[in-house]
Design a protein around this ligand. Structure first.
Ligand SMILES: [Zn+2]
Length: 221
């Protein structure tokens, strides 16, 4: 859908309201029973950590119904390490809730192609920026600094091979950081929680899964 010529563009909220009406028609009314069950509470078995990027919506990619996946999205699909320093640990709070209260059985970290956050980590173009001028992003993606140095050493800091290596290394960093949370490590050791790395390639719409034994991502069969 695109606006052509000099016609005034439809205001974004109007497009969203039109979508809401479609949802009421097809997503709500025919599924009232399901929604009334969901009113009692949620029991998702999977937590997905994904990027905020508008092109990689986990509910769409996995074609799931409401109540099926518990999702956290942020710049570059990152999980910070377990930290007890003062601060507002949003990802850690969601993780704690998913693991301890919802008792999800799997956590999927899904990186993606053409990730702006990963690219900025690679080029360090926001390095030194003031908060509100790129500084918040710079600080957030500094979680990737160690991995970035390895990628830059191997592939340089420009071009798709380097960017994809950074995007996939980011998934591994998040998995490693997930395991720094005692509740995650304990449940994984017991076998009641599985961690998975995934990568969605926007250009061809293919989902790749990480084989942690080899460190390689391969397209899902
Ligand atoms: Zn991204």
């Amino acid at each position: 859908m695109s606006d052509t010529g000099n016609a005034p563009a439809t205001p974004p909220l109007d497009r969203l309201i039109a979508g809401y009406h479609r949802f009421r028609e097809t997503g709500w009314n025919p599924h009232r029973e399901r929604w009334s069950t969901l009113r009692e509470g949620q029991q998702p078995e999977v937590m997905v950590i994904a990027c905020s990027d508008s092109r990689v919506d986990p509910s769409q990619i996995f074609d799931v119904d409401p109540g099926e996946i518990f999702v956290v999205r942020n710049v570059a699909a990152l999980v910070p390490p377990f930290e007890t320093t003062p601060g507002h640990h949003g990802v850690s709070a969601a993780l704690e809730f998913a693991v301890q209260v919802l008792k999800v059985r799997e956590i999927i970290v899904m990186g993606h192609g053409m990730c702006g956050g990963c690219k900025a980590a690679l080029t360090q173009e926001l390095y030194g920026a003031e908060p509100g001028q790129g500084g918040f992003v710079a600080n957030w993606i500094s979680l990737l600094d160690d991995a970035r140095d390895e990628v830059a050493h191997k592939h340089g800091t420009e071009g798709r091979p380097a960017e994809r290596a950074m995007e996939q290394a980011g998934v591994k960093v998040s998995l490693e950081n997930l395991r720094s949370f005692p509740c995650v490590a304990q449940k994984e050791a017991k076998g009641s929680l599985k961690l998975r790395g995934a990568f969605f390639a926007i250009s061809d719409g293919l989902l790749h899964l990480l084989d942690e034994a080899t460190g390689e991502f391969a397209p899902v069969e």
